[in-house]
Structures are given as C-alpha cells and as structure tokens.
Design a protein around this ligand. Structure first.
Ligand code: GLC
Length: 670
C-alpha cells in the first residue's frame, strides 16, 4: 500500500489529460454563479496550478514509515493525529494517549503563564518530549505561533509584523529573519512554527491584515517562498530541516483574507477563479519550497467550511498541487462543522485534515475518534495516510534520533535569543519597512542636534510597537519590562539626538518646558489579534480624538510635527495627515524601535545614513468606508506608494469627510 495518497488513483496520464481538457472546457463555461444566484462551490482541479513537491518520494522514507505504522496500535495511530495545548494536557497524558503533537496557544505557557523565560520553556519542552519518547517512542512536534520572531520567549528578537515586511519588498531579508527566528525557537525546544501567514488581505476591516504580507497576491507569493525557505532551509541541501530549522506552516488555507466585509472566520464569497488568482497565491510557492504543514482556515468558501471541503483539501491541495506535508485544522475549528460537536469529526478527517488541533478538547476527540475508526466511519487506510504524512515530517527532521530538546545542537544556546546579530537584522527590517506619505518642505530627515519633543502613547511602549501575537495572544497585559533588550522608538530617538549634542525629551501628553524645534508624535492602533481586531469601518479615531487634539495643539504653538503611525493595516487618517508636517507609517515595528530614528535623522555630520525605502503593501484608503483596491479606486495613496527624502513630499489639504453616515450603526465584524 502506498502510504502516500497524493497521486490520483491510477488513471493513465492520457486519461488525466482528457479529464483536464474536459474540466477546463466545463470550467471555462461554468458560471461563477449557480442557478440559485449563489456563488458556485464546484471545484475544478484542472483549473488550479500544478506544483512540483520538491522532496522526491524516497523508498527508504516510505519503508521507515511503513515499518513504524506496522508496529502502531490503533489507539497509537489515533493519538498521533491529535495536537493538544500544554495548558490542558500533562506530559503523562501525552504518553498515555500517544499524542503526536503539542502546541503552546498564544496565551498558554509554563505553569499556565504565557510570559515565560527561555529556561522555563526548555524545561517544559524536555518534560513533554521525554514523556512522548517513553510512551509511544514517537517524538513530538511542538508548535508555536512564531509569526514575528520567537514571540513566546521573553527577550526574543521581535521583527516587524508581516505587513511591514511586505513594505520592504525584500524576500532575502524575510528569509534571513525566519532563519533567525527558527534558531531562537530551537534553543527552547519549539520545532514547528505556525507561520508564515500567506493570507492576501482584501479588506482592511479584518483583524488579521497585519499577519499578511500584502494585498497583492504576487508579493505574497514571493514572500511566502522566502519565509518557508528561511524557517526550514532549502530542500536538497544538508541544512534542510536540520536542528537549526523548524517545520513551517503556510496558513490559513484558503480564503481567510477574502471574506465578505473582512469578517474573521467569515465567508469568502468569491468565484473559483478569484480564489485561485488571489487567495491561493502563496500556496504554490510554499509547496514548491517544501513547506511541511498547511493550516486549514476557519473560514468558508461560498458557504462551505474549509475544514470540511474535501475537493479543496484533497483533490486540489494534495493531488493537483502535490502537497506532500500534512494538514492541521485550526484551534478547535472542527467543532464548528455541522454534526461535529467537537468530540470527533470523521468528515474533517475524510476531507483531508491529517492532524486535529484540539487544544482543550483532545481527550474527548481521542475517545470518539477511536470509536469512529472502530466503527469504520474513518477508514483505516485514511488514518494510516494521515499518520504517514505526520511521520514523514518527523523523520525528515531527524526527530527520532535527536533526543530531548536540551540535548539538541541549539538546545539551551540562549545567547542566540535577542542576539546582537538578530537585533541588527530586525533593526534593518524596521528601517526598510517605514513608508513616508507626507514630508512638507522636506522637513525630514531631521537634524539630530536640535531640541526634540517626543510625544504620544506609542513613543515609549513596546506593546504598542509590537501589536498582537506578542508574549500574549492580544499583545496586551504586558509592559516594557517584559521586553528585556528591546528598544522603544523614544529610546532610539533619545540615543540619536544625544549622539549629536541635541536635547530630547519625552512627554506622552506633549507637554514641554522649553519650546522644542520639532515634535515627533508616535500613536496608532492598540494591540489586537484575530476577530477582536475586526472593525466596522476604517476610521482610525473619531473626529475629536485625543491624537488630533495633541497634533493640533502642537501645530498651533508653531511646532513642526512628525507623525509616526503604528498600525496593523491601512486606515483612514486624513485629519491626522492634515495636522502633520510629515507622516510616516511605521506599521508594527517590533523590538528594535531605534530603526525609526535611523531614518528620521541625518547623521551628526549632516549626511543621510538611511533613506526611506518602504512602499505601501496595500492601497491606502481615501475615506473610512470604501475599501481601496490594488488597481486604484478609493485609494488616497496607491499600492506601491512611498516617498524618499529627495521627493517632493508636499501634500494638499485632504478631505475630512469620513464617509460614515451620521448615526450609522457600527456593524462590527462579528
Ligand atoms: C488561532 C489562529 C492560528 C493559530 C492557532 C494556534 O486561532 O487562527 O493562526 O496558529 O490558533 O494559536
């Protein structure tokens, strides 16, 4: 029995060609809309891109997998396809129920504390891995959301969030960043990253825009490949999936960024062609780079939940696109499927999900899935295929011979965490990600040897400059002390100004003793993650917001104002731009805030150290209600816009009508 069901059952190539031609003929004429007027859910695999999985089916690997499976009991096979969260499972239970994987949820951690040191993480990882090896003898995959650095570890290097990396247009930089992230992960025993997010956000109201690289499918495709190669290494080279790398996860398949109104976990009501052209853009390059896992989206396509969409998960992803890794469901996602009360879900396994992320419901899922297998509603062949895909990843990574995390090459090498080299890389990424939208009379770059006031809630706030998925799920409940080694934007400015003999002072409220020559005001979105970040419209702050009052007060005092906008997405800020002499989008820059000062200020000798390079990874909205498209409508600044120091940065006064109807009831995304 081939343990690899990737290839369609045995039709001849000629039959496949004929089938493809027929499908293409049908699909070309197939209306995107069915007779009922609903968007069609029919899938035509022949329309989807063909991809070449880069890992040849090695007979030796297949033999090793078959030998392991032959020795496994049915309970061991069922346990292998279940992932539990460390806050809800003990090492002893991992052994008893033969679980194949654990994860740390974004709010989980050693002794249920998400804010944990490297030492605490490594001790935990050792305990769980030891239990797994003493139990089934099959090593665990330990997954974590390291989506902008190894963000679960106190002191880790935190890189700009993906939207900022999209603004750099620098895939080589992204590859280095993820390789550095993988190293910091392996020092504490994480061997699987739930990253990169390869969503292609189409609506800025969505709470996960910042997890995507861009609104542009082509840019996402380039970045997806680079990120996977960074996390995993290059297939066919000695360092591929070695002990300095981790398994990567392209997520979330499919259409998470295409839902109507940007509703998180909502419905992507789009044609099959648009699903291919936009949402699927990152998957072919990720698969071609050998991505070992793909996470299935909570969302639906035209009303069908992705977690139960066999046509897309198996016929398209595993067969047509030749994906040879394994599919994992999202957190409790199978519980959302009709008929799956979360205590088992044959239809999800049948659809193609190979591992179920059942963080706190894992035991019921185990018991009931075992029963479904014994009843035959999950065929043993399907179970074996799922187990085979998971074992293949563990064998490729050499986990069977690597012992405990602390015994592995990077285990305990904590000097890698927040290392000078990694922080320099993050600082470079900050510099390359800044997008200059306005620079009246060439105010920037600033002379450093002057009197500078730094104001605003984001000036000296590591939580605000990092955003969600930072130590905690929402990026809240933390303060600067939780980020040892990190630098706030204020600290970077103070350093640059002092080095040039200038004077810098910090006042969040913008108060000053002596009138400054210039004010730098840092403000933006408060941290959020997932559906809690969904918005009813794109207005950053109401008309009489605190930020606007601060900006206007400084301008009325005759002080030139530089706005540094911290945001996970394009937002409507016409009023704030009007109140600023210069306006810089800093996105969510991470732990190395001094990268902002590197670009804002000239060198002490008056030269320019670093010019602005960042280009918008998405179109910027002209009002608060119309989502701008890549091709321009409703865009104040188009996709790809970004000034440098030499450009004429003067800007007309922008319209201040938000477009939000008076009294409009804000219909939140959820
Ligand atoms: C979340 C997210 C997913 C993440 C997973 C584990 O709900 O949708 O991106 O990897 O749970 O934290």
């Amino acid at each position: 029995m081939s343990l690899n069901e990737r290839h369609a059952p045995a039709p001849t190539r000629r039959m496949l060609t004929c089938a493809a031609l027929i499908a293409l003929a049908c699909a070309a004429s197939a209306p995107a809309w069915s007779a009922t007027g609903a968007l069609s859910t029919t899938v035509h695999p022949a329309l989807w891109p063909r991809v070449q999985w880069p890992l040849p089916e090695s007979p030796r690997l297949q033999q090793r997998i078959a030998a392991i499976i032959a020795r496994m009991t049915v309970p061991e096979k069922v346990g292998q396809i279940i992932q539990a969260d460390i806050d809800f499972v003990t090492p002893e239970q991992v052994a008893k129920y033969h679980l194949g994987s654990i994860l740390t949820g974004a709010d989980s951690g050693p002794d249920k504390n998400p804010i944990a040191t490297a030492q605490q993480w490594l001790r935990l990882a050792d305990r769980y891995q030891a239990a797994a090896l003493q139990g089934s003898g099959i090593p665990l995959l330990f997954g974590a959301d390291c989506v902008h650095g190894a963000q679960k570890i106190v002191g880790a290097t935190l890189y700009p969030q993906n939207i900022a990396l999209g603004a750099t247009r620098d895939p080589a930089l992204v590859e280095k960043i993820e390789a550095a992230t993988a190293e910091e992960m392996r020092t504490v025993g994480f061997n699987w990253a739930f990253a990169p997010g390869v969503m292609v956000p189409q609506n800025d109201r969505w709470g996960r825009v910042y997890e995507g690289f861009s609104q542009d499918p082509a840019l996402v495709a380039r970045m997806a490949r680079a990120a996977v190669l960074g996390f995993q290494g290059t297939p066919g080279t000695p360092d591929f999936l070695d002990a300095r790398h981790v398994a990567a996860t392209a997520k979330h398949f499919l259409g998470d960024g295409s839902t109507t109104d940007g509703i998180d976990e909502g419905d992507a009501e789009v044609s099959e062609r648009d699903l291919i052209r936009v949402a699927d853009a990152g998957y072919p390059p990720a698969i071609a780079a050998g991505v070992q896992a793909i996470m299935v989206s909570y969302s639906s396509w035209n009303g069908v939940k992705m977690s139960a969409n066999r046509a897309l998960l198996t016929d398209v992803l595993k067969r047509r696109m030749d994906f040879g890794g394994f599919l994992i469901s999202d957190w409790d996602a199978v519980r959302q499927l009709p008929g799956c009360v979360g205590a088992a879900c044959p239809k999800a396994i049948d659809a193609g999900i190979d591992m179920a992320m059942e963080p706190n419901n894992w035991r019921a899922f185990y018991t009931n899935t075992l029963r479904e297998v014994e009843k035959g509603s999950i065929p043993m062949q399907r179970l074996d295929h799922a187990v085979a895909r998971i074992l293949a990843v563990k064998l490729r990574m050499g986990l069977f011979t690597q012992g405990l995390p602390s015994q592995q090459p990077l285990g305990g090498k904590f000097d890698l965490i927040g290392s000078a080299a990694h922080r320099a890389l993050a600082r470079q990424a900050v510099r390359e990600s800044l997008v200059l939208l306005k620079n009246a009379h060439h105010l920037l770059p600033l002379k450093p040897g002057q009197r500078v006031l730094v104001a605003g809630p984001g000036a000296d706030s590591l939580p605000l400059q990092n955003g969600g998925w930072t130590l905690t799920w929402q990026g809240t409940g933390t303060n600067n002390a939780d980020f040892p080694g990190a630098t706030s934007i204020w600290a970077g400015i103070r350093q640059a100004v002092a080095a040039a003999g200038g004077t810098a002072e910090l006042s969040v409220e913008g108060r000053y003793t002596r009138k400054p020559d210039v004010a730098i005001v840092v403000y933006g979105e408060k941290p959020y993650a997932e559906y809690l970040g969904d918005r009813p419209n794109l207005e950053f702050e109401p008309r009489d917001g605190a930020t606007l009052r601060l900006l206007r007060r400084l301008r009325q005092a005759g002080i030139p104002v530089v706005s540094i906008f911290l945001t996970g997405r394009p937002l409507w800020v016409n009023r704030e731009i009007n109140a600023s002499n210069a306006f810089v989008v800093a996105w969510l820059p991470g732990s190395e805030g001094e990268g902002v000062a590197d670009v804002l200020f000239r060198k002490p000798d008056g030269g320019i150290a670093f010019d602005f390079r960042g280009k918008l990874p998405a179109a910027w909205p002209i009002n608060a209600v119309d989502q701008p498209g890549l091709d321009g409508p409703h865009a104040l600044f188009p996709y790809g816009y970004g000034l440098n120091d030499a450009d004429n940065g003067d800007l007309r006064t922008l319209p201040t009508a938000s477009g939000i109807e008076p009294g409009a009831i804000a219909v939140a995304g959820r």
